[in-house]
Design a protein around this ligand. Structure first.
Ligand code: GTP
Ligand code: MG
Length: 191
């Protein structure tokens, strides 16, 4: 699909988060072009490092980058770059994040601490970001958003929204929350 004629602002966004949180799924859900994925089969060798808890059916992992594109109203086009959020991918992270305006950090509320590496990399790079809680069916429901914000040590102005990486509408809403944050707007004023 060609770039819409109305496209005026082209924005690079990084989609970050831990192993198996749903980055590739989110980019595949929202992309208006056939997304680029770099999936490889998981092997026995990854068992000690990449924890399959909660994502047992997972058979592949992104080894480099996911790429997709989405046009928002007003001539804004987001170029989405999904990147592994584990600390061991730091070198890749620096290259992929180069030139980005912001990051969407995905969090699995069943294993919040798995997101700390990704949040650390984003904060270190100085990119403004929003957090999207990707809700899996067996995710605990008893955490309040204040508790989650405290656990993730989020600044008061950092948007935190809920999404289902398989549901395009909720993922677009998460990207809009990030985009409004980048513009310095309160996302609740511009849903
Ligand atoms: N139930 C549920 N499953 C999801 C959701 N998002 C992703 N999944 C599943 O969870 C698994 C992990 O999704 P991926 O999109 O591969 O995760 P990823 O973050 O790209 O993983 P890596 O690239 O390996 O780090 C897949 O089997 C998805 O089908 C969700 O919102 N709900
Ligand atoms: Mg992936």
């Amino acid at each position: 699909m060609h770039l819409p004629a109305a496209a005026r602002n082209l924005v690079k966004i990084v989609v970050a988060g831990p192993f198996g949180v749903g980055k590739s799924t989110l980019i595949g859900s929202v992309s208006e072009i056939r997304p680029l994925h770099t999936e490889e089969r998981l092997t026995e060798a990854s068992t000690p490092v990449d924890d399959l808890t909660g994502v047992r059916e997972k058979t592949t992992t992104t080894v480099a980058v996911d790429f997709g594109r989405i046009s928002l109203p007003g001539g804004v086009v987001l170029y989405l770059f999904g990147t592994p959020g584990q600390e061991r991918f730091r070198a890749l992270w620096d290259d992929i994040a180069h030139g980005a305006l912001g990051a969407l950090v995905l969090v699995d509320t069943r294993r919040v601490d798995a997101s700390f590496d990704a949040l650390g990399l984003v904060e270190e790079s100085g990119l403004p970001y929003a957090v999207a809680l990707n809700t899996f069916p067996d995710a605990p429901r008893h955490h309040s958003s204040e508790q989650l914000r405290a656990a993730l040590d989020l600044a008061p102005e950092t948007p935190m929204v809920t999404c289902d990486a398989r549901d395009p509408e909720s993922c677009v809403d998460a990207l809009l929350a990030l985009f409004h944050h980048l513009l310095g707007h309160d996302s609740t004023e511009h849903p």
